[in-house]
Design a protein around this ligand. Structure first.
Ligand code: FAQ
Length: 311
């Protein structure tokens, strides 16, 4: 029976049909989607913290409004993704518990500090830039709710990337100190942005299976190369230097060669030893604990209303 169901499932994947929550799916397909989608959701939620740090200090009302809107979008992305995950039979509370206990990962990139205003530019330009490269192929992923969520998320990320690039452009056309601030932000965010796209294909444990299921449409290395090729000309427009002495156009390949990524640093950050891991987790756990009274009040109100209905 299962064998038959599995064959039908594989044939649907081969025909590029979307798999929907109530359809039969192999248990591993379900689990791997819960893993990737929940880590994606956690990344959006933790990802609000580095930028949230600058909302009260944005240099103008216009910048503040744009940053506030961007951070709110990230909350929205997190909530869609948690909802998409719940369609696979896992509860929101379980997902939060996995994040707060350190069982579930979130993107390494959000464990770096935001020390100057230029970091808001670099995050939008580079981090959202890398996120778009990663997420556009996911609009075509095989699980319906994930694919549909990604369409709107990518549109919003595209606004985020532009607002970041525009911050960088303004700084680069400003005083020498402002340009220096932009260069410093690029120096600090470049390598972590490359790491964000995941370990090399040779080290990536999930890519092979995820490609077969059409969860992933492109490998980590393919996405990283695409990100570099897209971003280097943008740095040229800004008049900034990418902090990689080995970066060089390769005519025969039609793309850039680049230097060695510090994978030790990546794994240290993933394992919880990055510059801000403890601070980020504490912020999320505190928000959960300090918000308990709101959840209790909402539950009490809902129960009271429910009871009234049956009077
Ligand atoms: N950080 O075998 P692979 C955003 C883990 S959203 C931490 O290659 P996979 C928006 C991986 O989970 C950013 N851990 O894994 C925004 C696995 O561990 P596990 C998030 C990482 O899943 C912008 C192990 O290493 N985006 O930025 C990282 O096939 C600005 C082996 O790796 C998504 O989540 C990492 N960077 O490929 C918000 C997109 N990379 O789970 C605010 C969806 C890998 O076995 C401000 N996710 N690991 O314990 C994906 O596309 C994939 O999951 C990858 C990893 C490509 C991230």
């Amino acid at each position: 029976q299962i064998k038959n169901l599995e064959e039908i499932f594989e044939a649907r994947i081969a025909r590029d049909e979307k798999i929907e929550p109530k359809d039969w799916m192999p248990e591993k397909y379900r689990q791997t989607h819960i893993r990737q989608m929940s880590q994606h959701a956690h990344s959006e939620i933790v990802g609000m913290l580095p930028e949230g740090n600058w909302i009260t200090r944005a240099p103008s009302l216009r910048r503040k409004a744009a940053l506030l809107a961007k951070v709110q979008d990230e909350a929205g992305h997190g909530l869609y993704l948690y909802s998409a995950c719940e369609t696979l039979g896992v509860s929101r509370d379980e997902l939060y518990e996995q994040l707060h206990s350190g069982k579930a990962k979130y993107s390494s990139i959000f464990n770096y500090p935001t020390v100057t205003w230029a970091d808001m530019g670099a995050i939008g330009w580079l981090v959202d830039g890398a996120a778009i490269i990663n997420q556009v192929p996911l609009c075509n992923t095989s699980f319906g709710p994930y694919a549909r969520a990604m369409v709107r998320v990518c549109k919003e990320e595209s606004f985020h990337q532009r607002q970041g690039f525009e911050i960088m452009l303004k700084l680069c056309n400003g005083t020498p100190e402002q340009k220096e601030m932009a260069q410093d932000a690029l120096n600090r965010w470049w390598w972590p942005s490359l790491m964000m796209l995941g370990p090399t294909d040779a080290e990536s444990v999930h890519t092979e299976q995820s490609m077969k299921w059409k969860l992933k449409r492109k490998s980590n290395d393919e996405l990283r190369q695409q990100f570099i090729d897209q971003t280097v000309p943008q740095a040229d427009i800004l008049g900034l230097t990418i902090p990689d002495p080995d970066l060089k156009w390769n005519e025969s390949k039609g793309s850039y060669d680049f230097g060695e990524i510090d994978w030790d640093e990546f794994w240290q950050v993933v394992k919880g030893h990055g510059p801000c891991n403890k601070q980020r987790m504490k912020a999320r756990v505190d928000a959960w604990e300090n918000g308990a009274w709101v959840r209790d009040a909402a539950m009490a109100y809902a129960e009271k209303n429910e009871a009234k209905k049956f009077k």
